[in-house]
Design a protein around this ligand. Sequence first.
Ligand SMILES: [Zn+2]
Length: 327
Amino acid sequence: MEGKQDPASPAEALSAPYVLAYTYRRSVGPVIGRFLTGLREGRIEGVRTAAGRVLVPPAEYDPETGAAVGDFVEVGAAGVVQSWCWVSEPRAGQPLDRPFAWALVKLDGADTAMVHAVDAPSPAAMRTGMRVCVRWRAERVGSVRDIACFVPDEGSGASEAPPMPPAEPVRGMLSPVHLEFTISPGATLSRFLEGVVEGKLLGRRCPACAKVYVPPKGACPTCGVPFGDEVAVSDTGTVTSFCIVNVPFEGQTMKLPYTYGSVLLDGADIPILHLISGIPADEVRMGLRVRAEWLPAGERRPTLESIRWFAPTGEPDAAYETFSEHQ
Ligand SMILES: [Zn+2]
């Protein structure tokens, strides 16, 4: 967490930007797969239900009856706006980088509407009932974005999609997720993080159950009462449980295999989670005594990453009874 004072909060509270971003690889199944394959080839296909309705985009089941759907049906590349809203400030990743409309468009030959962007010069150019047509992307990959957007139909209808070389049917898609937050940890956790910068681990004791929590929260999660005194705990502790990470994943920074463990710091009642290093992964064990390996003082920031990892102290292992109640 980057340490940055938030002027709207008490002086001791921190806040930091936080970005959560990852990409799903999703399989699309035979029905959506055929729809996406059609888009790559410049064609829009829906499916016909037993009652004769044409669903675009297609669904695998009739949403009204749950019955399997029937034949694929090609529909027109132009249609009617059923509803719309105006986006005056497009966000990153949206279909157009200038103001546009999101619209429900019922294509000619379809009985349901699809959501897509309409490239209109202003909200005054939009109305329910207006005709719009597809603007195809020249380079298409088998995605709903192969339709760049819809445009108001001036009477000439949709233009032809430039041809694409033949390719395998679409079976999957990449679905990126990107979330941006501002995190404010609150006064109690801010105090803990400021302690980390000083190389100290500061917990708090519950006045009811006397347990010491590190990192502290605002109140004891068991007793529900606000925490009392600040308690400095040791940067040595005992591994109470661990897992060995062998599976690569996006954004990974550690070399495989590595160990992530619960460390019960001496003086604390609840373990913290951190990396265990300085020992082969297959030698990490419950009861292993470890010490925090701190970054040099000038490099510490208000984050637990200021502890590089926990490494063995060389002491004899702790007896199970000493940590069995603190898992
Ligand atoms: Zn308590």
